[in-house]
Ligand binder design. Structure first.
Ligand code: HEC
Length: 113
C-alpha cells in the first residue's frame, strides 16, 4: 500500500505592488508649522489674504509688523472693524479661528509671531 501523496504547494508570492507611498518630508522650512497652524494658514489664505496679503498691508493694515494677541485677532475677526468685515461661525468655525490665531502667532508663520 504505497500511498504516495505528493503535495506540491504552489507558492504564490504576492508581489507587493502597493509600495508604500512616501510623502516628501517638508524639511525645507526652518520651523515647520504643525497641523493646526497649517490649517490656520489655509483659513488665512482663504479669508484674510486678500486684504492682508502674506500678512503685509493691503486693503487692511500689515499684521506682520507687530505681535497681535490671539484674543485681539479673534475679536477682530468676529466683530469686524471699519472696512474689515465680521466673519460668522458659518464662515470661520471656532476651530478654524483657533487654528488661524495659532498660525498667526506661530514662529513658522511668514511673520514669525
Ligand atoms: C475686506 C478686507 C479685509 C479682510 C478680508 C480682512 N481684513 Fe483684517 N483688516 C481690514 C481693515 C480695513 C483693517 C483696519 C480696520 C480699522 O482699524 O479700521 C483690518 C484690521 C485687522 C486687524 C487689526 C490690525 C491692527 O493693526 O490693529 C487684524 C488683527 C486683522 N485685520 C485680521 C484679519 C484676519 C485674521 C482676517 C481673516 C479672517 C482679516 N483680517 C480679513 C481689512 C480686511
Amino acid at each position: 500500500m504505497s500511498n504516495k501523496l505528493i503535495v506540491s504547494w504552489l507558492a504564490v508570492a504576492a508581489l507587493g505592488c502597493g509600495a508604500a507611498r512616501q510623502s516628501p518630508a517638508l524639511q525645507s522650512r526652518p520651523t515647520p508649522l504643525n497641523d493646526q497652524e497649517l490649517a490656520g494658514q489655509r483659513v488665512f489664505m482663504r479669508d484674510c489674504n486678500g486684504c492682508h496679503p502674506q500678512g503685509d498691508g493691503g486693503l487692511g493694515p500689515a499684521l506682520n509688523d507687530k505681535p497681535v494677541p490671539a484674543a485681539a485677532i479673534k475679536l477682530q475677526v468676529r466683530q469686524g472693524l471699519g472696512a474689515m468685515p465680521a466673519f460668522s461661525e458659518q464662515e470661520i468655525s471656532s476651530d478654524e479661528l483657533d487654528a488661524l490665531s495659532a498660525f498667526m502667532s506661530a514662529s513658522g508663520s511668514p511673520w514669525g509671531g
